[in-house]
Design a protein around this ligand. Sequence first.
Ligand code: IVH
Length: 704
Amino acid sequence: MCAASDNPFVRPQEPRFRPPRELTRERAREQMERLGEAIMHHDHCYYVLDDPVVSDGLYDRLLARLQELEQAWPELVLADSPTQRVSGSVAASLPEVEHVAPMLSLASSTDAEAVREFDARVRKGLDVEGVVYVAEPKFDGLSIEIVYRDGLFERAATRGDGTRGEDVTDNVRTIRSLPMRLLGDRDQAPTLLAVRGEVLIPLAGFHAMNRARLERGQDLFANPRNAAAGAIRQLDSAVAARRPLDVFFYDLLQSQGARAPATHWETLAWLRSMGLKVTDRIRRCDGVEEAIIYHSSLQSDRQDLPYEIDGVVIKVDRRDQQRALGARSRNPRWAIAHKFAPREEVTRVEDIALQVGRTGIIVPVALLTPVEVGGVTISRASLHNYEQVRDKDIRPGDTVRVHRAGDVIPYVVARVDDRVDSERPAPFEMPAACPVCGSHVERDGAYFVCTGGIACPAQLNGAIEHWASRHALDIEGLGTKTVRQLTEAGRVTDSVADLYRLQVEQLLPLELFGEVKARNLIDAIEASKKTTLGRFIYALGIRHVGEHVAEVLAREFGDLGALMDASEERLLEVKEVGPQVSHNVCEFFAERRNLRVVKELLALGVAPLAEQLGEQVFKGEKFVITGSLSGLSRPEISGLLERLGARVTSSVSAKTDFVIVGESPGSKATKARDLGVRILSEPELMELLRERGVGPGRVRGERD
Ligand code: IVH
């Protein structure tokens, strides 16, 4: 599509920009329009065609330029600007809406015979010898109706009961492969286009998301479909925006003001030409046997697809024939889902082992008699957590059904065993002590967690990475790879305290280290000894004690000894501390292994000191923070402002003194503008801090 080829910003060359204020309003408007068009073009190339023309860096600069101009001329911001994908406001609920046309469901079968019978019914119904079908992947996601009016994205709704669904427009708008404006001339666009597609999360993004959740100790998503459905039904579109959602279209629900093609095959091509994402894994089949063959070839390719599919949908190609066949109750007579056989097998549980994850969660794992499931031999399967083992009543020796989806860890679906209880070992119980370090095991909801925290070797890598992370002790040069090398080479064996015993000579033989890097790391470790109490508490990695709570505790108790001595009741008195946090803090310091490590750290010279309250330069002033910030984190900025006497609140009113806007600010920024509240970008906030005499050291959280 290079309709925008006279647009300088679609080319891979680096443009030169003048400061916004040197532009006339007219020039700015023109440039904003050009930038918007170019970014939409690049989004289409990247997210839909998978064929980017510009580097990520250049793309980011175009977007930053557009944001800069939009900030300078907020009244010129276009509704479909690429910067407006996140709404910025949180909805109270998802309103119900009526679909433009009913969203039917499909009859389905795993059996080829049932597909042949479907074909016989179709031919009989149409009174013809042969029928042309289109066979396409059956995406395993969430069905969605999307409406474009005069070429502009207007609304998205879930399927609901087929007639009415939930309005999820704000969340769907965050899907980057979804065009906000259809390609081609605005006046040629259909006046109304209602299409149906499937929202999904590709496997790579799904695994990355679950890895990150595992590291943060959050519950994992069971599968990409649940993760996608959860994102689409969010009340806060900023959450949806962080999920790697994608969308494929496969059905035209209705169009007005344009002539839709006569066949489904051409319809899909038409949708594609308007910029909508349509899979190219579709096949036009002369007769049902070709569609059945396509089913087996797609089934063998299933492993290699970047997203989950669970079968093939076979549709009559001619739309007049579709109409003639019509629908029976909720299912069209012109289509059928030919599902794949489930990837499940039956085998025996030899034993139940316990695995301690990086965050201390203890997961029961079934050790299986090896069995082949969908071409892969498996000998271990996750049992997830204690409750699931008890609910499914799995015990060693049981015969079970196991399931493997894509490259997700296989799991035990159910027991299929006819032995009576007296023939089986006692029900499964979780241990009272961590199988790796012997620390006391605590229950946290469905999970059992080792309280060994910073002292448990199974959690060592995770604990060190967290200790060194930017908002904890901020030790530069101690990322995942380096940490792994230090522990694998036995330089750090017991706990984070070992870091403070490292010497340059011990690092030199290691692959990742040269003289300079080794010296820098030792210096960075040394420098981290001088830290604030808040960072230190956060770095301990106590479950549910995030940065903000750590700051609150530091301010309340003033020194580490007082916090260590505090009872649960005392902790509960602290505003913003609930029963879970107070319990976890007490448990943490009650575990003697943790106490030993904390004592070692102090003896090695780590000195967490409470910040002295400086001058209250913002006393009584009210701040609101919106959008994502790149320098300091939100809790850091609010902690800092509060220490300087300010109040940080969540909603903008006429009483607000300052609104700090980060990237992709939401409606709060608009409201601030309307109310005439002073808006500060991150650099402007730093400038203000300097003006008020707050030094850079204090901003970084160092002691005065
Ligand atoms: S066509 C009237 N095509 O499968 C026909 N559906 O049980 C409308 N699905 O709820 C559906 N991939 O969410 C169609 N290529 C595809 C599909 C597809 C996935 C889903 C859809 C529907 C379910 C049918």
